[in-house]
Design a protein around this ligand. Structure first.
Ligand code: OXD
Ligand code: MN
Length: 586
């Protein structure tokens, strides 16, 4: 008798008709073979899937060039499928499950003809954690298979763990013909199933990440009483050696990776990394605990440098875990090293992300603005010793933050958990290159989850409110904005390592060490309570950073009203009440 997972793999094989089925085990030896296949056999747009980079300066590194039309998440082609539209909510594209399958079956039929099919067993979360999930992804891309080894606990033990049960999450992926007309990322949360076709891009194709660990997991969390969030997790060690853990939701390409590797400019403070993108959180003994279900970083390369993120630069060169991947970066053809805008001085002979010679006066950037590195957490020197603790870490504070040039102050503490849910629900941010759309437009992005919440966000807000009810000592919630500018468009806040000053204030608030001033938006710091030592930030700039501009807020409130009204009856009354109170006070 076939086990349920064997039956599923056989069905997929019959549908997709690969020339060969490879059951992956997750070993390093196997990863070498997969990379070899990517170098010698598989091609994308006539380029080999992998080319070797300089093995001395970037040990174990390879370059990957995607199809030029396949460089970011495609939100307009991403659907959640439930029998009814209301469960999906206005925040998702929706299709009925039968309709979605009918649409995609012809795209999967024979799609792996002449190609290899990889069966990848993996765990999201530590195998001994009660919150981890066994999963299997099927793919026809060696790039995806190798990336999954970096990003997840890919291991054949997962098959033993699944055994005869059908309680595992499934993802079927094919790059198809890479034609955006035939590209879809379909989620079937009620079946713990994802179908993705037509893209090899990380967020669309590494199904353990956004699809399973956020869209499907957020649905499971809603049903089972926990949270799957788009959050980094860090431990902040103070001069006495005490560590506070913080989870931080910032939108895509807005600094979660830099935050979780922050190198403190305040003496005695040190940041430990647990995760840069996803947090699964649950309640235990009336406290919130979190794990990062991933084991790798899929970070934005442009802008990453020894100045902005030295720890990541070292991890990329560390060569501990096999392999490290660079996707759509430029290449220095003299040294065979990857290069991107903002890295360091510009080398003489570069080719751009599409393989064309590139000079600083070229019209287009050398690296794609959403060029990425994929690197194991185990390459990082400051990985928290708690990373592999199946029990997770207790969370003292939750940070949410948008990318906003105006309106939003540097840091605001919510009055309580419920008010924190309001701050998260009304959050807006300027769009970035992580998804295919116009960059720099403000859109509402509650808890940085708009593209990733797998069900109606009205229900999601209520779920957050409900979680608060079972917490005796809930984490404090803070809204931050590192991106406010002055009248000349210059950033008012230096960001990066200097963010530790705001994090220190947050921890001081958690420990009741400093006061705060009450404003209509929430609790804000006094100038004296943030440690600005060694930083040239005068009171006048601090006031600009924390200013509440009435005209900007009138506009903001109108936008929030419009956004809230899209949820109809599903929006918790409490959030309307908070908005009304804010409007009156402004
Ligand atoms: C990511 C994203 O890749 O949010 O993490 O797009
Ligand atoms: Mn992300």
């Amino acid at each position: 008798m076939l086990k349920p997972y064997e039956k599923w793999v056989e069905e997929v094989e019959r549908l997709c008709k690969p020339k060969e089925v490879i059951w992956c085990e997750g070993s390093e030896e196997e990863a070498h073979k997969l990379v070899e296949i990517g170098i010698k056999e598989e091609k994308i747009n006539n380029y080999p899937v992998f080319t070797e980079l300089n093995q001395k300066t970037f040990p174990k590194s390879y370059h990957h060039r995607s199809h030029p039309n396949d460089v970011a998440r495609t939100e307009h082609l991403t659907y959640v499928c439930y029998p009814d539209k209301e469960t999906a909510g206005p925040n998702n594209n929706w299709m009925k499950p039968e309709e979605a399958k009918e649409k995609l079956l012809p795209l999967f039929r024979n799609c792996m003809n002449g190609r290899k099919m990889y069966v990848i067993p993996f765990m999201m979360g530590h195998p001994e954690s009660k919150f981890s999930k066994p999963c299997i992804q099927i793919t026809d891309s060696a790039y995806v298979a190798v990336s999954m080894r970096i990003m997840t606990r890919m291991n054949k033990y997962v098959l033993d763990k699944i055994g005869n049960s059908d309680d595992f999450l499934k993802g079927l992926h094919s790059i198809g013909d890479l034609n955006p007309e035939r590209r879809f990322i379909m989620h079937f949360p009620e079946e713990s199933l994802v179908w993705s076709v037509g893209s090899g891009y990380g967020g669309n194709a590494l199904l353990g990440k956004k699809c399973i660990s956020l869209r499907i997991a957020s649905y499971l969390g809603w049903k089972e009483g926990w949270l799957a969030e788009h959050m980094a997790i860090i431990g902040i060690e103070d001069p006495e050696g005490k560590i506070h853990y913080i989870a931080a939701a910032l939108p895509s390409a807005s600094g979660k990776t830099n935050l979780c590797m922050l190198e403190s400019t305040l003496p005695g403070y040190k940041v430990w990394t647990l995760g840069d993108d996803i947090a699964w959180m649950w309640i235990e003994n009336e406290r919130v605990y979190a794990i990062n279900p991933e084991t790798g970083f899929f970070g934005v390369a442009p802008g990453t440098s020894m100045k902005t993120n030295p720890r990541m630069m070292k991890a990329l060169r560390a060569g501990k875990f096999y392999p490290t991947l660079f996707t759509n970066t430029g290449i220095n053809i003299d040294t065979k090293e990857p290069w991107w805008e903002g890295m360091e001085e510009i080398p003489q002979n570069l080719i751009d992300w599409q393989g064309n010679p590139w000079k600083p006066d070229s019209e287009k950037p050398c690296a794609h603005p959403n060029a990425r590195f994929t690197v194991s957490v185990y390459n990082l020197e400051t990985l928290s010793p708690e990373f592999d603790n199946p029990k997770g870490v207790p969370i003292s504070a939750i940070i949410i933050g948008g990318r906003r040039r105006t309106t939003i102050p540097l840091v605001t503490e919510s009055f309580d958990w419920k008010h924190g849910v309001f701050l998260g629900a009304r959050m807006g941010t300027e769009t970035t290159a992580a998804a295919e759309k116009k960059v720099g437009i403000v859109r509402r992005d509650p808890f940085a989850m708009l593209p990733f919440c797998g069900y109606n966000m009205g229900d999601y807000f209520q779920h957050w409110l409900n979680i608060g009810k079972s917490l005796k000592n809930p984490p404090k919630i803070f809204l931050v904005n590192w991106f406010r500018t002055d009248e000349n468009g210059r950033y008012l806040w230096p960001g990066f390592g200097e963010n530790i000053r705001v994090l220190k204030w947050i921890i001081d608030r958690v420990n009741g060490k400093v006061g705060a001033r009450e404003t209509p938006l929430g609790l804000m710091p006094y100038y004296e309570d943030i440690d600005f030592s060694g930083l040239n930030l005068n009171r006048e700039n601090f006031e600009k950073l924390t200013q509440i501009n009435k005209d900007e807020w009138k506009k903001e409130i109108e936008e929030i009203k419009f956004f809230f009204s899209t949820f109809g009856k599903k929006l918790p009354d409490f959030l309307w009440k908070c908005l009304k109170k804010l409007e009156e006070e402004i």
